[in-house]
Design a protein around this ligand. Structure first.
Ligand code: AMP
Length: 394
């Protein structure tokens, strides 16, 4: 493995997740889930760097770029479009039976179709992992009297590489995980995607944010949905009330805010939420009720889900008219014993807090195509049905 990377002094190493909102979606191909890994923009930057480096080295020669099909069709196309000087392009097609299996079998399906005697040849590979395709590539070129043969790969998995062939140009070094997108497939699917995704190895969770103003019926619906979908329900309001009842330090802190209908400070709420999620490490998913209520909380929740190799799948909002809410809460106050339900001024403040600080979260989740608004007026069963329809479609 030493000296494999000959001319590229600083290959770009990539080992963190994309966090851009638009690409924050886990996708399913056949039976597997994949999470966003490397964005189209990051790939474009890497291709540009490789083009520049190769063009500098090649100088006035007219090189022949040889794409290795199928995976490198997208790289080859993007690469030659960026290449600043005249060049030729051809392909060879090797089948490696990759998928998720690891086989040493490489089959040559289409070999060289033109004479490359005396030419400067640069192989364009989408990904090099164990390096087994390079055996076949070198076998193909052994008897060709090319002037020079160099290997360029967009992605390289150093941990998996077990050959001695030199790799002359590397776009992005990645850990030894299975990736799809930008020409790479899982059992036929995924080649068309402009971004690269990474196989998710942890259990797939369903995480729902139940959203809506106070009194919209989030708690009632969460009780049904947690049974139906085997999810853990976390209501931040309930956790605060539990702490107040037990006179914990957290309860005492939260009480002063809650009594007025104000929001408890973000950091206090976020820390508490993190702890609640950690208590349920084996959960198949969560229903978050009353959280997030601010942008800072939404970002904290995204980070927490990312750390768990998961994500929020949907924010489902129960939409209910303000006056209906006030009436519902006053009625609830007759029996709930909640001081913040007993006083119309406090109720209206809670609703105002919702519109001032919380309703903006609709945009946060809409931007990720994760917002679903449903009519929150009707019988409990009807509303459960509406919610279930959304969850079943995720
Ligand atoms: P709820 O039961 O969801 O209506 O919440 C009751 C009260 O708990 C709110 O009025 C807030 O004072 C506090 N609270 C609950 N969730 C949060 C949150 N995510 N952020 C800040 N305060 C919260």
């Amino acid at each position: 493995m030493k000296n494999v990377i000959q001319s590229m002094a600083f290959p770009f190493t990539f080992n963190y997740l994309c966090t851009s909102h638009r690409q924050n979606k886990v996708i399913k191909l056949h039976d597997k889930y994949f999470k966003p890994f490397i964005s189209a923009q990051q790939i474009d930057d890497a291709v540009s760097r490789m083009v520049q480096e190769i063009a500098n080295d090649v100088g006035d020669e007219v090189p022949v770029f040889v794409g290795i099909l199928n995976g490198s069709f997208m790289l080859t196309s993007d690469f030659v479009k960026k290449y600043p000087n005249p060049c030729e392009v051809t392909f060879i097609k090797l089948a490696s039976y990759e998928g998720l299996k690891s086989s040493e079998d490489i089959q040559r399906l289409i070999g060289l179709t033109q004479d490359l005697t005396g030419r400067t040849v640069i192989i364009l590979e989408d990904v090099i992992d164990s390096g087994k395709t390079l055996n076949e590539v070198h076998r193909i070129f052994k008897n060709e009297k090319v002037k020079s043969l160099k290997i360029a790969t967009l992605f390289f998995k150093p941990e998996a590489y077990n050959k001695d062939f030199k790799l002359h140009y590397i776009g992005i070094e990645i850990p030894n995980t299975f990736i799809v997108g930008y020409g790479l497939d899982y059992d036929g699917l995924g080649r068309d995607m402009p971004d690269v995704y990474q196989l998710k190895t942890t259990q797939h969770m369903t995480n729902i944010v139940l959203f809506g103003p106070p009194g919209a019926g989030k708690g009632t619906q969460a009780d049904f949905l947690k049974e139906k979908y085997d999810l853990v329900h976390i209501s931040t309001g309930d956790v605060f009330r539990y702490n107040i009842k037990n006179e914990t330090a957290l309860g005492m802190l939260a009480k002063s805010y809650m009594d007025k209908g104000d929001l408890v400070p973000d950091q206090v709420t976020i820390d508490m939420l993190n702890a609640e999620v950690e208590k349920n490490a084996d959960a198949k998913g969560f229903i978050f009720d009353g959280f997030p209520r601010t942008n800072a909380q939404a970002e904290a929740l995204d980070n927490l889900m990312n750390d768990k190799d998961s994500q929020i799948n949907a924010m489902i909002a129960l939409e209910v008219d303000d006056e209906v809410l006030v009436q519902r809460l006053l009625n609830r106050g007759l029996t709930s014993g909640r001081p913040d339900d007993a006083d119309e001024v406090i109720i209206r403040n809670r609703i105002a807090e919702y519109y001032k600080k919380t309703a903006i979260l609709k945009d946060y989740f809409s931007d990720q195509d994760k917002y679903f608004g449903i009519d929150g007026v009707g019988s409990i069963e009807e509303i459960t049905e509406r919610l279930s329809k959304v969850i079943n479609s995720l």
